[in-house]
Structures are given as structure tokens and as C-alpha cells.
Design a protein around this ligand. Sequence first.
Ligand SMILES: Cc1ncc(COP(=O)(O)O)c(C=O)c1O
Length: 433
Amino acid sequence: MTHLSQYDPEIAGAIENELNRQRDGLEMIPSENFVSRAVLEALGSVMTNKYSEGFPGKRYYGGNQFTDVVENLTIERAKTIFRCDHANVQPLSGSPMNQAVYLAFMKPGDTIMGMDLSHGGHLTHGSPVSHMGKLFNFIRYKTHPEEKGRIDFDELMRVAKETKPKIILCGYTSYPRDYDYTDFKKVADEVGAITMADVAHIGGLIAANVMRNPFDYGFDIVTTTTHKTLRGPRGGMILSRGVVSNPLKAPENTRENIPTILDRSVFPGLQGGPHMNQIAATAVCLKEAATPEFHAYAKQVLVNAKSLATALMADGAKLVTDGTDNHMMVIDCVKSWRIPGNEAEKLLDQVGITTNKSLIPDDPNPPFKPSGIRLGTPALTTRGFTEDDMKIIGRTIAEVLKNPQSDDAKSRARTTVRDLTQKHPLYSGLSVL
Ligand SMILES: Cc1ncc(COP(=O)(O)O)c(C=O)c1O
């Protein structure tokens, strides 16, 4: 960063400090990861200078011969990896990708079913504080926490028949299980809805075939962020079939071809010029995602999550859903140690373990003082952490949260964090990271 350090030392200093924070701590927020140097180079490239409104071959500006190469490659790689007919790689992030789908197929006031926020759904899945929650009639379904997070599909079918949603949306930001997409599809076919899965969190795990792919179950649309388990730049993708899977029953406007409707919804419907540097970096992360190394990484993310969950539960942690099938888990800190999630987050921050406070299903406490914390293994697995490291981390977290007043416990935890981060260095030497 020689140019930046000379020209703007304040910003260069903050970036350097952030690098050291990432290197010296345990990053356990399940939606975060570390991108490769190749992804960073594409993101910091001259592609950021270019306006490319439109799509490859159909741009509103001249000089797009090389951005077309980039976007076409990104689209083809995405289609191959996710086994679908169409990919729009322009959404600036996860929230606009979902908004573009809703606005493509629904009018204000139309009905859509999504998972309740406190049960794991995302803000864009109909939380009353999001504009989407105000614009559309979201019907929120829930899980059975006492049945390890199972979704009651009989109830979902009953409500869907009553409310006739245009879209059945599944997907989550804080739910430690996999879905059986067949059940969602059955409900959607019964009521003539489009099926949409927001796999923002698990996109990389699906890409590596270690979690179920909704397209294999006949889903129409899949959205994913690119910056979580997929280990790319911040961004979103909308993946789809060419035509809806239930054309005779689906809403009138979807009988046209889905890709065109979705593309128009992203541009000019919702966005202007795509961020071509971000799309170039997405192409790179998709190339990485197709390698055997990435598949092994994704497998290890799941092994690590199981190991961490087991260690935490052995040390008295009450996990929402009592275990995990994916890369994350939510600890009910109030039930486990009688401390709220915001306090747990702060205590762990003090020893260099970064997590985030989280609601638990039907949380009696408000979002800023919720009952839980959410943690996951994607970022640490990228650094090379193994299931044995996770056992140590699980014990360390439990010790700190069990003894919130103990300076000795914190001091021991800081030593553990230092040893582990030195064992698995980040962005050092000639490594790809
Ligand atoms: C399931 C899900 N969808 C959408 C988003 C939104 O992504 P972004 O923060 O990039 O807008 C997130 C982010 O956490 C998410 O978990």
C-alpha cells in the first residue's frame, strides 16, 4: 500500500489496524470470511473505473469489450457451479438481490411467505423494520425450537392455502439446520407460488456440494451473497431456471421467461451501473470454488462446526436447535450462563474472539439485548483451523462466559487466542491468503 500510505496515512493506518485485528483475533461471525489475494487484486483493479449499464453485448456505454469478458465468465461459472439456467451477477449485495426478486414478481401489497426473523430469517425476509416488510404482505413462519429447529409444514401448507402467497421464500441468516426443499416445493405447487431460496449464508457450501442445492429439488430462484461461505467480494447473485417449474399454476407474469424478468428488475428496475471490479472478483472466487481445495475447505467448515458445537454443549452451553448441520450455531446465553447476548459478545471481544449477539426464537428480549450469540466456522477454517482447534475454542468460550468476572479466565483465553492465531497465520508471506 505504498501509494495509499504516502497520500492518505490516516486511511492507510486504519486499514493496517484492521488487518492486524483480523490477524490477531478469532473471527467467528458466521457471515464473514477471508478472501484470497487474487480476489483482493481483482477488487482493487481498474475495473472500478468503468460504467457498464446493461448486460454483456447490450450496454448503454461504449468501451465495454473487456467488462463483457468479465461478466460473461462470471455468469458461466455461476451457472456451472450452481447447476442452473441463468445467473444475474450484478446485485450490489444481498439485500438488493432479494429486493430485485420481490419487485420482479410482486406488486405492493402482494403476499409472500418467509421465515420469522427471530427464528433465523433475514431482515429482507419481511421484518417490519425493513422497507420490504412495509411494501409487501409478509406471512412469517416459524420453527420448533424444542424439536431441533424443525419447520411445521402442515401448518405452512394450511397458512399458504389460506393466504395464497405469490412467492414461498426459504433461507436464513441464523438457523443451524439444512432444509428439506421438497416440502417447500410441495406447498408452492399446491398454491401456485414461485419457489425462492435465499442461500446467502451457505452459497459456498452448496457450490461445494456439501449442502443441498435447491435447484435439485425443482426450485425456481436461488439468491446468494458472494462474500460469506463463497469467500468472494461483497455482492449478490440471482440464479434461476429458464422457466418456472409449475407454469400452469404460477402467477400470470411468470409465464414469460424468468431470466428476462429478473434481469430487468435488477437493471434498470433497481440499480444503475454494476460494480465491475466486484464482478471480476466474483469471477475469481467462483473459479476457486470449483477446485478440489475449496471442496475440502467446505467439508472442513462443517466438521469444524460440529466439533465446536459438541465442545460447547459438553461445557454447558445450550444451543438453539441442540446442534448444527451447517457452519453456524446460536448459543442461548441466558439459559446457559444467565448473561444476555450483548454482554457475551463484549466479554468475548475482550479476549479477541469476535461473535455477534443474536435473537433466539421468539426472544423475550429486544434485538440490542438479545438472549443469544451467533458463531460460525467459515473464516477460521479458511485460516486452516481444524476440529481439534475448535475443541480448544469451545472450551475457551465456555470458560470466559461461565466466569464473566474472572481476570484469570480472560488472561488464559487471550493466551489461547494468541497461540492459535500464530499457529494459523493470515495474509503472511507468499500464501494465497
Ligand atoms: C440470508 C441473508 N440474506 C440476505 C442478506 C443480506 O446481505 P447484505 O448484508 O449483503 O445486504 C444476508 C446478510 O446477512 C443474509 O444472511
